[in-house]
Design a protein around this ligand. Sequence first.
Ligand SMILES: Nc1ncnc2c1ncn2[C@@H]1O[C@H](COP(=O)(O)OP(=O)(O)OP(=O)(O)O)[C@@H](O)[C@H]1O
Length: 458
Amino acid sequence: MADLLTLMEVGGPLAAVGGGGAYLRAEQPAAYWSMVGLPLSTARLLGSYGSVMDACGLTVAPSRFRALAVRATTRREVRPVPPRRGIIRPTSTGMRIRLRLAPGQEPADIAASAERLRHAWGVHAVYVSVVKPGVVELRLVGFDVLRKVRMPRKTSGGFLKVPVALREDATAFVRDYRAIPHQLTLGATLSGKSMYLRHLIAGLAPQPVALVGIDCKRGVELAPFAARLSALATSPDQAAELLPVLVGLMEERYDLIKARQGIARSTPDEEITSDIWGLPDAERPVPVVLFVDEVAELFLVATKREEERRDEMVTHLIRLAQLGRAAGIYLEVCGQRFGAELGKGATMLRAQLSGRVCHRVNDEASAKMALGDIAPEAVGAACAIAPERPGLAVAGDTSGGWSRIRTPYLSLADAAAVCDASAHLVPDLPDLAPFRPKAPTRAAGTPVPLTKPRPVSG
Ligand SMILES: Nc1ncnc2c1ncn2[C@@H]1O[C@H](COP(=O)(O)OP(=O)(O)OP(=O)(O)O)[C@@H](O)[C@H]1O
């Protein structure tokens, strides 16, 4: 409990601390929650609030003044007091209610009783988050929202922020590049990695951002988005040519920052603390998001010459991951596994990718590669993902928090159409021009030819 609190941030979800784990989440579906169930549960909550709080050990002894006042004005026995309740706010998935903690209580006390509250009120899940000191919000979710994903109408998207999936507490999971610059997405084949990438690309395409792809599966994943890509490498050889150009771009940006901030050119890049966001709008270079699909392909070697090329590529990737953020270069790396067995530099690169999303994996070792070093409790949750739910994943970050997420379904044709429609937004980056892919010529309404088998989803 003490650990829980030392890590807790005011305003942040408590789930991010407890890891959406035993403290907070309750998983078994409460099937009877329905359109009728909502008012029923609201009435149940209102009618039983005091007694449920008492039964869950969430009441405290009344203040002396209150006890005296009750004795003086009524004949009632002096009862323990529950946290003061705010108004119930219905949501499309259940309801929200704020509680002012009683003296002596802490948010973790409420979080520890989430499972008991869920059963007492007959809901699918109860989540607790801290609003401000002394105030927590209970989010009651009536059904399994990850079964059929519908994103909330209001999401906190924006520049370099893509609401990419739904969390199990019915809030949007937002990929925020400025908060978490680099991310690793792991998953077995057909687990939903490409769907995740598809959402990111479709979300970033209408924004003033350069999108660059390395897809060593001969481009089958990223080629449909060619119209919006500034550069695309579809083989390790092409990637070996593209990566130094990106590193060069990053270095140019560092020079620009140094020139603007009056920092000596000899200052090592590693010591520069400012970034492109400190530059005036007119001078700020466009951010670049690099998507690497099937990263293991970059590491595989058969000959000595390939080994040298691999080492160079990995070094470039590590440099981009270490220094790219300040230059507005972000990495989105995908793969099936990403462990030390891939070779020199793999674990060093992985350590730089602080955002982690783990889809269904074939073994515990793969889940550990994704989450073991940042949120060890989440490894079990990732191993429990069923194959009939593609797109379901566990997202963690270096704060130790994690949550279950699932992307909504987005067809390849729809995502490609978004890219086609925003092709005019491809920024002018002369360094990347030689790598610009030819946009596929599609007549309006023509479906994208690349389709993948789609398993029956739960
Ligand atoms: N969130 C989702 N909802 C419904 N279906 C999904 C979802 N995510 C993925 N799928 C379906 O599951 C199948 C596999 O998804 P996807 O291609 O994204 O997996 P993958 O991990 O990239 O596989 P591979 O590594 O073999 O390319 C696809 O047919 C896709 O339509």
